[in-house]
Ligand binder design. Structure first.
Ligand code: APR
Length: 472
């Protein structure tokens, strides 16, 4: 009866496409804040294919709230109201969390004091991994018994019986959502406004401000001195209260913003450590195969400036090169290669009187890469990456800064299989290679993570630093 089709799921996530320049102020605000609140509305789920309320195809264009979303409407026609909710539940069940939901979940891991306030009832934030969250308007995945007041999970869709009943007491259930004319739970209100009052940063994502909650929270947060950043595809009632506005799709802007903020945070950490160490720094990035250590090393190098040397791990050294270096007999185990890269980097950085050319070989072709790096007395940073760097005490101790990059295993697997395929393997061969080689080392490598002073987690939301410092 409610014939709107889903615009298509949006679960996948790639490296952020740079859609707009995120201002330095916004990045600094994200990098520095400790107490953060995020307020989301229907716009964050739009790219998952769930219709918003007030836009061109919004639900309130086609349906009347007073017939479907008030306690009076439910009293008059519970069956019709439930039919409408069950249709919406079906849309939500088909939808996947999109990159914006995933970044919000990642932010929760980074900030020590964090609260997500969502007006959405679709359950997508929870499915993306958000936990420190208030679903201010309830959820279509719960029902409330009109007889005994119990709130119950309602996970099946479509529901077997409309209106559904509470098995325990036989009472009729209503959707556990907040309707027009109803008030928020006092405890929930208290929690939301306390978070607004103490927030240093508030991100307001994809809400028109058509109901008063986002405006009230933002007003409270502003009074408490918070920086307000709005992300919305157009201007909204919240816009005039925002210090910064990022106009566009939440699913594009949030990953880009998070990438910039995390990279900036990491660079600050590296620079701070370099200062402690008299300006020169040997950084090691370790972590399981497929985590993307090279990509992180290159991104850091690009941010740190022109005088950075990056030494990649052993795949870059072919036999001929090993021979030329007098190291032929040592090939074999992957850890030999890591050690080799390490030795070269140390030699280049510490022992060179004259600049040294570090041979870097392509992982794919085993040919030297054209921009072989120079290292010498003027090289302030050397970044070296390899699985086993934290495994050997002498290597671990020689590093000035130890970074451990961990990765969602499913993503690592996908990366590694794609890498084997780029090297010419069929899909089947690539999977076999992955099963044989790459997993072999994972446990040993993972055991070294505790030796790192900086840990990073990579998943569909990009890089997120695990912070242990600067609480408060
Ligand atoms: N990215 C960012 N913003 C978007 C996107 C997108 N991809 N798509 C739409 N938007 C913005 C729109 O510009 C609009 O400002 O999302 C906002 C959606 O506004 P509404 O449809 O009014 O939804 P919301 O603000 O969540 O409504 C609040 O009203 O009807 C009640 O209870 C219902 O929770 C809902 C509340």
């Amino acid at each position: 009866m409610f014939g709107v089709t889903l615009a298509g799921g949006a679960g996948r996530m790639r490296a952020p496409k740079m859609t707009q320049n995120i201002s330095g102020n916004v990045v600094t605000a994200l990098k520095r804040a400790n107490r953060v609140m995020i307020v989301t509305g229907a716009g964050i789920s739009a790219e998952s294919g769930i219709p918003t309320f007030r836009g061109a195809d919004g639900l309130w264009r086609n349906f009347k709230p007073e017939e479907l979303a008030t306690p009076q409407a439910f009293q008059r026609q519970p069956h019709t109201v439930w039919e409408w909710y069950d249709w919406r539940r079906g849309l939500c069940a088909q939808a996947q969390p999109n990159p914006a939901h995933r970044v919000v979940a990642a932010m929760e891991r980074f900030y020590h004091h964090f609260l997500l306030v969502t007006q959405n009832v679709d359950g997508l934030h929870a499915r993306a991994g958000s936990r420190r969250m208030v679903e201010a308007h309830g959820s279509v995945w719960r029902g409330q018994c009109l007889q005994c007041g119990a709130t119950l999970p309602l996970e099946v869709t479509p529901l077997k019986e409309l209106p559904p009943r509470h098995e325990g007491c036989g009472g009729m259930l209503r959707p556990a959502v907040v309707w027009f004319g109803e008030s928020y739970e006092p405890a929930v209100l208290q929690q939301m406004f306390a978070a607004a009052e103490e927030a240093q940063l508030v991100l307001v994502v994809g809400t028109s401000g058509g109901v008063s909650l986002p405006m009230d929270l933002v007003t409270q947060a502003r009074q408490g001195g918070a920086t307000i950043i709005e992300i919305n595809s157009e201007r909204s009632a919240v816009s005039r209260l925002a210090h910064e506005r990022l106009e566009g799709k939440a699913g594009e802007i949030l990953p880009e913003l998070w990438h910039c903020a995390q990279l900036a945070y990491l660079v600050d950490e590296v620079r701070a450590r370099a200062e402690q160490k008299g300006g020169r720094l040997l950084v090691g990035i370790a972590g399981p195969p497929g985590a993307g250590k090279s990509r992180l090393a290159k991104a850091l190098a690009a941010e740190l400036g022109p005088h950075v040397l990056v030494a990649m791990d052993g795949f870059h050294f072919n036999n001929a090169r090993l021979e030329a270096l007098g190291l032929r007999g040592r090939k074999g185990a992957p850890e030999t290669f890591d050690r080799l890269a390490f030795e070269l980097a140390v030699r280049a950085m510490r022992l060179a009187q004259e600049p040294v050319r570090l041979p870097i070989y392509s992982r794919e072709t085993h040919e030297p890469v054209p921009e072989a790096f120079m290292a010498g007395q003027t090289t302030p940073f050397v970044i070296i990456e390899g699985n086993y760097l934290l495994h050997w005490p002498e290597v671990r101790d020689a590093l000035d800064m130890r970074i451990y990059l961990d990765c969602d295993p499913a993503l690592a697997r996908k990366n590694l299989i794609a890498r084997h395929q780029r090297g010419g393997a069929t899909e089947e061969e690539a999977i076999r290679k992955f099963e044989q080689n790459d997993r072999l080392n994972r446990e040993t490598i993972q055991a070294t993570r505790g030796a790192a002073e900086l840990q990073i987690w990579r998943d569909a939301a990009g890089w997120t630093v695990t912070r242990s410092d600067r609480q408060g």
